[in-house]
Design a protein around this ligand. Sequence first.
Ligand SMILES: [Ca+2]
Ligand SMILES: [Ca+2]
Length: 398
Amino acid sequence: MTQVKGWLFHVDFVTPANSTLGILPNHSPNGLITVNPFVEAWTNAAGFTVVPQQGTAQKLDSLGDKIMTPVVYQNRSGTESLWADQTNILNFPNGPTIVRWYQFDVTGGNFPATAAQQQDWSNANDGLWRFMPSVAVDQNGNTAIGYSISSPSIFPGIRYAGRLATDPLNNLGQGEAVMTNGVGSQTGSRWGDYSMTTIDPSDGLSFWHANEYYASGWHTRIGKFRFGPAAQSAFSRKVHGGAGTFDVPLPLTGNVGVECRSGGATNDYQMIINFATSVTVESASVTSGTGSVSSFSVSASQVTVNLTGVTNVQTITVTLHNVNDGTSTGDVPVSMGVLVGDVNGNAAVNASDVALTKSQVGAPVSGSNFREDVNANGVINSVDVAQVKAEVGTALPP
Ligand SMILES: [Ca+2]
Ligand SMILES: [Ca+2]
């Protein structure tokens, strides 16, 4: 086959009868897009149950007669695109199956004559069977596709591949990575029908891929990955008078780190973000939460961001824009929970925080108790206790 059909779907929620699909009255496609020749991954003899596994004659379903995940819409600087993928087969009917993916530019709702990008992804014809793909595109235009792999000598597993927006067209130039190696094969045929790759709306950069694997029954595996420079660590830094400088770790995944120290008269904080190599940073801004960047600086692999007007009881996200680490460029977000008085860092201020602060009154401020110096003046005393008491009942929003 050499064509992909496109339909325009107009949904009229006010007057449903005015909704349209394709060209009336027969709902024929609005666009016929010419693409590289392909063969869908099914045969008359086997249907789409064509993917071999290690250790069994039972084959898995490619569902290669259909696109299994919705097309992905993206608008980058006015160019609207639809991204799609499907399972096709090489060397019909012998295989292996491969991932065919497309970028169709549809600016203004106009279907193109051909694809802006397309590829049969076989990882340089390594012989593995790739099937059931799902594509996603991050806010920088970088693409990732998650899928299943299998072969007569490999248990079904989960892999992904991708390209940067700046990579040469028509290739997943960043190559393939393993998300989960298979540990068993399945005696039923259906596999990964509900797998999906999607972008985390909280940062526009992180890809999530959910898929299945087999180990004494089928299980779900969820993976998260992203392109571009990634921070290695981040901290919220304050100088505690003459006691020294102390950092609250800000984990880059999972629950946010909680900064429990007050920001002073103008609610100032300082974020330290470390990379593996020297970086350049175009700009820094608060992209979620209340506060603003007063200044930032870069010293080799360390970025310092000074914040002001950071209100209490919130999670604030600072994004470093167009970070370049010498090999790639991208945005790097770092989040911090701000909850003054939460000295034990469990996202709520209560009697436990008061007791903990009281227990350190008079003790020298050190790496193990600096959180109890809530006003960061280098001593722990009744002022800190009073400040924690004043915040009892506050908690970070979930
Ligand atoms: Ca607490
Ligand atoms: Ca103090």
